[in-house]
Design a protein around this ligand. Structure first.
Ligand SMILES: [Cu+2]
Length: 177
């Protein structure tokens, strides 16, 4: 006979499974946006973007989702128009930033120009919460090689970006679906 405790656990577990089943297809098959989670430890000692390095095809949408229950976060492009940072997105690409996202909230951005987009979290700049999105490949006609592509360190901020080649290497996962 099922114990009361086990029954309770199941009744919580099943809705979670149903939610996952509904959510998953949008993640892996190119039907929905590429996801970057904003995460943190329960007491907020550590915060990060996951994955820190993401490859997407030109014109794809990236969705930043705050999956951290105890912190607000932003996704903010490195650009002089946004808090005077160095430019670390392709020349001519418009700067972008989310609002402060509460737990569970999300922000979508469409990235049309091939190249490397480095971004950070405004409230956690001092904690090294940074990430990198690579759009397209160096074979694209509009791709330009900019000096910051080879650098994994920011000017005046802790945190390290993933290597460009490492992010490019993940794109086969998308091709295979
Ligand atoms: Cu943050």
């Amino acid at each position: 006979m099922m114990s009361r405790r086990r029954f309770l656990a199941c009744s919580l577990f099943l809705p979670a499974l149903a939610w996952l089943a509904a959510w998953r297809p949008a993640r892996g098959h190119g039907a929905g946006p590429a996801l970057v989670a904003m995460r943190g430890t329960a007491r907020g000692e550590r915060v990060w973007f996951e994955p820190a390095g993401l490859w997407i095809p030109q014109g794809a949408t990236v969705r930043f989702v705050n999956e951290d229950a105890v912190n607000v976060h932003t996704a903010t492009a490195f650009h002089p128009d946004l808090h005077g940072r160095e430019r670390r997105i392709p020349a001519g690409a418009p700067p972008w930033t989310s609002e402060l996202l509460l737990p569970g909230e999300h922000y979508d951005v469409v990235l049309d120009q091939p190249g490397v987009y480095d971004y950070y979290c405004l409230p956690h700049a001092a904690h090294g919460m940074v990430g990198r999105i690579v759009v397209g490949t160096p074979e694209d006609a509009q791709w330009t090689h900019e000096s910051y592509y080879q650098s994994t360190r920011t000017n005046g901020m802790p945190g390290t970006f993933p290597e460009l080649n490492g992010v490019l290497a993940t794109r086969s996962r998308h091709a295979s679906g």
